[in-house]
Design a binder for this molecule. Sequence first.
Ligand SMILES: *Cc1c(COP(=O)(O)O)cnc(C)c1O
Length: 239
Amino acid sequence: MTESLSNDAVFRDIELNYQQIQQTISDAVSCSGRKADEVRFMAVTKTVPPHFINHALKQGIQLIGENKVQELLEKKEYLVGEYEAHLIGHLQTNKVKKIIREVTMIQSVDSLRLAAEIAKQAKNAELVMDVLLEINIGREESKTGFLPDGFDEIACQIAELDGLRVCGIMSVPPVCESEAEVRKWFSQVRQMYEDLKKQTLLKDMNVLSMGMSSDFREAILEGSTLVRVGSLLFGRRRY
Ligand SMILES: *Cc1c(COP(=O)(O)O)cnc(C)c1O
C-alpha cells in the first residue's frame, strides 16, 4: 500500500517536472530565435527503476540515455513502448560487442581505439553506428573525452572508419558558479563543432549534445541540439 502510494507520488512528480522542463526548453528556444524541433530531449535514466522510466515514456519522451552497459541491458527487458536508447557514459572496448545492437547512438566516444572497435563490431553486425565524439572542454583530469588540442585530426581519422558515422559532439563542461561562466564553456564547444563541420568528411554533422539538469537552458541558448536531463526529471539519484 505505502509502496504504491509513494510510486504514485513519484509518477506525479515526473509529470510535473517534465511539464516544467518543456516550458523552460520552449522559452529558451524562442529566446534564441531557434525552432522547437531543433532541440531533442533525452531522459537520463541511470539509477532509475524501469517502472519510473516507463512512466516517462508514457509522457511522450522518446529518447533515454544510460551510462552503463550492464544497467541498460538489464532494464531494457522491462521497458515498454517506442523509444531510442543512447549510451552516454565511458565505454570499455570489451563491452562494445554487447551494446552494438542495443543502442542507436554512442555519445561517449573518447578514443581512437574505442572508435575502431565500434567500427569493427558494427561491421560484424552489418550496421552503421551513429556516434558522437566526447570533448573534455575544461581539460579536467576527472573526466573522459578528447582534449581540445589536436582534436580535429583525430576526429577526421575517426570519420574515415567504415562502420560508424560521426554525427557530432558531446560535452560536459566543468561545474560553474555562474550562468555566464557555463555559457562560455558551451560557446567554446559550439565553436569547435562549427570548425569541425568545415571538414568535408564531417560537414553533415547535426548533433551538439550539451546541457544537463542544472544548465540545459544555457546550453540551448548556446546552440545545443540535444539536452540530457536526469535528476530534474526523476528526482535526486539514489545509488
Ligand atoms: C548523469 C548524466 C547526465 C544527467 O545529469 P543530471 O544532472 O542528473 O541531469 C547527463 N549527461 C551525462 C553524460 C551523464 O552522465
